[in-house]
Design a protein around this ligand. Structure first.
Ligand code: SAH
Length: 386
């Protein structure tokens, strides 16, 4: 019954491939995700908790992306079909924010009305490439990023006015210029067309500014479950030096700030570091600083300088961390490492490196941030062996 209902609800599921909604119940999915985590990290951690599932596993994605294309001369916006570059027009995705989906539809109509060129991947010609909509789940602020191949945007002002008139809920519109023939959505240049050029959101009582290129977790509700877990696992007493590595716009470190002696955030993306510094000022946090650096290089330097940390938080991308990072982190002799991972496979590999350095994974908490997809987030507490 449940399965049939879900399949009928999503007409794209077979072609799209972005999620597997309708193939199994959410409860079965959570059980499978737990199994997958245990398969990958069970060798190093014998306390893997049940997956913390979502209360309402639909429309949770606060970041929605669509690529523009043409089908029989019609402008379409959608997602690439699994494993191909064929675009499937999707306009009411069950896991994406509904307001964002509506804005993407309007922008598609405006592109038609203004007769703007759609970018052609094969020839590299044309203007409109992608649209990205981000929403602050708590503030309801909405950012629209229009990705174009060139800086010139015909009828730009009228386009922006029409879009605002249709969607007064939009709080900022940014043009991002990406002239490269690449699979990356965003280019390096942003031009703010309306509003401040970023949105804000509130997590655990703290306010965060999010720029177009900065990483921000896509599921705000479950992010708070995750961050609470990290803070709890750290067991801070108010005196500790905490290093928050791969820190993005500084969210985890700032959630730990109230209970820490001082916090250092390390992040490679300079736009994210700017956001992080602005966020610290915005929240009046004074014993936190952010450094734009490669996490492995920073930790290695700190280790060579005889540095020390009490708690290290790490939240690397899907590819995981590096063996050099793990060695350097261990040499700072933290009492605990809290590893936040979005990929159980690289997590398992990295826990193996930590085990060699005398750090044991005591407990793991998988948290589902991405229902109906193959992804699962896991928070692991590691302690130094006596
Ligand atoms: N902890 C943050 C961000 C996690 S995403 C949050 O919860 O929102 C991973 C972050 O690692 C991204 O911001 C990415 O820009 C950053 N990153 C990727 N490679 C890195 C590296 N080699 N050194 C430092 N940061 C890196």
């Amino acid at each position: 019954m449940e399965k049939k209902e879900c399949v009928e609800k999503c007409p794209y599921v077979k072609k799209c491939g972005a999620c597997h909604i309708g193939e199994k119940s959410y409860a079965d999915e959570l059980a499978e995700k737990k199994k997958w985590v245990v398969e990958n990290i069970g060798k190093y951690c014998d306390r893997v908790n049940q997956v913390a599932g979502m209360y309402y596993p639909y429309h949770y994605r606060n970041k929605v992306h669509a690529v523009f294309g043409k089908r029989r001369e019609e402008v379409i916006a959608g997602t690439y079909a699994k494993g191909t570059h064929n675009i499937i027009p999707v306009n009411d995705c069950l896991i994406e924010d509904t307001q964002a989906s509506a804005i993407i539809q309007t922008v598609t109509e405006l592109i038609k009305a203004f007769r703007l060129w759609i970018y052609n991947e094969d020839t590299g010609r044309g203007l409109m490439r992608h649209i990205l909509v981000r929403k602050g789940a708590s503030t309801k602020q909405i950012m629209v990023v229009l990705v174009t191949a060139q800086p010139e945007f015909p009828h730009k002002n009228q386009f922006v006015e029409k879009l605002k008139a249709h969607h007064p809920e939009i709080t900022t519109i940014v043009q991002n210029i990406n002239g490269k023939q690449t699979t990356m959505v965003l280019g390096d240049r942003n031009k703010t067309l309306y509003g401040p050029g970023y949105i804000e959101d509130v997590l655990l009582g703290l306010r965060f500014r999010i720029s177009p290129g900065s990483f921000y977790q896509v599921n705000s509700e479950q992010t708070q479950v995750l961050y609470k877990k990290v803070v709890q696992a750290a067991g801070l007493t108010g005196t500790e030096t905490v290093i928050d590595t791969y820190c993005g716009i500084g969210t985890i470190g700032m959630c730990m700030h109230a209970k820490a002696g001082r916090v250092i955030g390390i992040e490679l993306n300079e736009q994210a570091v700017k956001d992080a510094r602005a966020n610290a000022r915005r929240n009046n946090l004074d014993h936190i600083c952010f450094i734009a650096a490669d996490a492995t290089e920073y930790m290695t330097r700190m280790s060579q300088n005889g540095g020390h940390a009490d708690v290290i938080v790490m939240d690397p991308p899907r590819s995981g961390s590096t063996e050099l990072f793990v060695k350097a982190a261990a040499s700072l002799r933290p009492r605990s490492v809290i590893y936040v991972s979005c990929n159980p496979e690289t997590l398992g590999r990295d826990l193996g490196w930590f085990a060699k350095e005398g750090y044991i994974a005591c407990e793991a908490w998988p948290i589902d941030m991405f229902s109906f997809t193959e992804h699962i987030e896991t928070c692991v507490l590691l302690s130094r062996q006596k």
